[in-house]
Design a protein around this ligand. Structure first.
Ligand SMILES: [Cu+2]
Length: 430
């Protein structure tokens, strides 16, 4: 069987170092739309393309040796998960913008068209470039007025995981979604090379149930926490073949919160901070990586443990959606006749959380809102989770990276009800 990597190397050889034709660029766009990005080998170089779950890679055109990209800032009705849509600001109709992918040493020319009702500008976060290309509206350039297109052009002197985002009224515009990933591959891949390379942007929003616009004035109580603009279960799983080496690049442009991302099932190495590769001798083995606001982290691990492995922000409120917020604490409280009395005044009323948030299951929810638990799990129970979470699916013998369904556990490897024989044998009194 031809592996993906071999296929890529084959593609590179077939191209023979030629600049990519527009036909290839078009194919790349289509593949990217399907979530499976293929080779964009530039002259004499090869890399494993980044996969942006729920997203895509921005296509480019080669013009006289320069990689030419086009970003269009515009409003879009974005779906966070079925049941919740909001009017956000996007690049190229996507929240967040498409991943810009290039190679160290490339010269890039990036056109930015403003179709927003407000002026804007784009800052290339972490990149070393001429001051006038830094994209700080008012300081290094005039703002891009609505309807106009500006040109940015610079040479990529670094490699690693970087970002781009609006730098005009940043609180409003980043808060509305105007952010994206900027991945620069090294001229020669770091070893050991990875088989799968994913990129995920973390973000937080305040969207009051029933409303349709993010409230960018919020400072503390965010109720929609996203990976690549989606909340679990709408986050696309990361599908990996057993034994592959995996990199996940995390970036955080939340307004106020750092996110400790915890991966189940593996120890990983933190291999880069803010695009700077950490020498192997100094890489730390971890299970949680703290991604600060304005920072990026790369982690790598060998997927040697089959299963469905969740990874999520470990701030527990960040794995809840809107319905986890703003309720009186009722844990341990018996509401007695209160609930019936209030229900007489407010039809559909239900007191929350007598035994925890699981009580909320039957509550009718407002229009255009999402509760934290909607997922039918593989065991006939609901998965109580939402927000900033996704799943790595590690499987042997998969032929493609389509989501393979729930993991089928080997017999005897699932936690289950203890039998009376077992309890007696081990002296457990219940
Ligand atoms: Cu978090």
């Amino acid at each position: 069987m031809v592996t993906r990597r071999e296929a890529l190397i084959g593609t590179g050889a077939a191209l023979g170092g030629l600049a990519i034709s527009s036909a290839v660029s078009r194919a790349e766009t289509e593949n990217a739309d399907a979530g499976h990005v293929h080779a964009t080998a530039s002259a004499g170089r090869n890399y494993t393309p980044v996969v942006t779950p729920n997203g895509r890679t921005l296509s480019f055109r080669m013009v006289g040796g320069v990689k030419v990209f086009h970003l269009i800032a515009e409003e879009v009705r974005h779906e966070f998960a079925p049941g919740l849509k909001a009017r956000c600001w996007s690049y190229n109709g996507r929240v967040h913008g498409p991943t810009i992918e290039a190679v160290e040493g490339d010269q890039v020319r990036i056109y930015v068209t403003n179709r927003l009702p407000a002026p804007t500008s784009v800052h290339w976060h972490g990149l070393i470039l001429p001051a006038g290309m830094d994209g700080v509206s008012g300081l290094t350039q005039p703002p891009i007025p609505p309807g106009e297109t500006f040109r940015y052009e610079f040479t990529l002197r670094q490699n690693g995981t970087f970002m781009y985002h609006s730098h005009h009224d940043a609180m409003t515009q980043e808060g509305m979604g105007l952010t994206g990933l900027f991945v620069i591959h090294p001229k020669y891949a770091f070893t050991p090379t990875v088989d799968r390379d994913f990129a995920i942007m973390l973000h937080e929003w305040r969207i009051d149930p029933g409303t349709e616009r993010p409230n960018t004035l919020e400072m503390t109580d965010f109720n929609v926490l996203t990976m690549n603009g989606k909340v679990f279960p709408a986050t696309e799983p990361l599908v990996v073949r057993l034994g592959q080496r995996v990199r996940i690049r995390f970036a955080n442009l939340s307004a106020q919160d750092h996110h400790p991302i915890h991966l189940h099932g593996f120890e990983f190495f933190e291999t880069a901070v803010d695009g700077d590769r950490i020498p192997e001798s100094r890489q730390i083995r971890k299970v949680t990586t703290l991604v600060g606001v304005g920072e990026t982290r790369d982690i790598e691990f060998v997927a040697d443990n089959p299963g469905d492995w969740i990874f999520h922000c470990h701030m527990t409120h960040h794995t809840m959606n809107q319905m986890g917020h703003d309720f009186p604490n009722m844990v341990g409280v018996s509401p007695g006749g209160l609930e019936r009395q209030i229900a007489g005044l407010l039809p559909g009323y239900m007191t929350m959380g007598e035994t925890g948030m699981g009580d909320m299951m039957h509550m009718p929810i407002p229009k255009n809102s999402i509760s934290m638990r909607k997922v039918d799990g593989p065991f006939g129970a609901k998965v109580m989770l939402g927000g900033m979470a996704s799943v790595v699916k590690v499987r042997a013998n998969i032929r493609n990276y389509e989501a393979p369904g729930w993991y089928r556990h080997p017999k005897g490897t699932v936690a289950s009800r203890a039998s009376s024989d077992e309890l007696r044998r081990d002296g457990i009194k219940t």
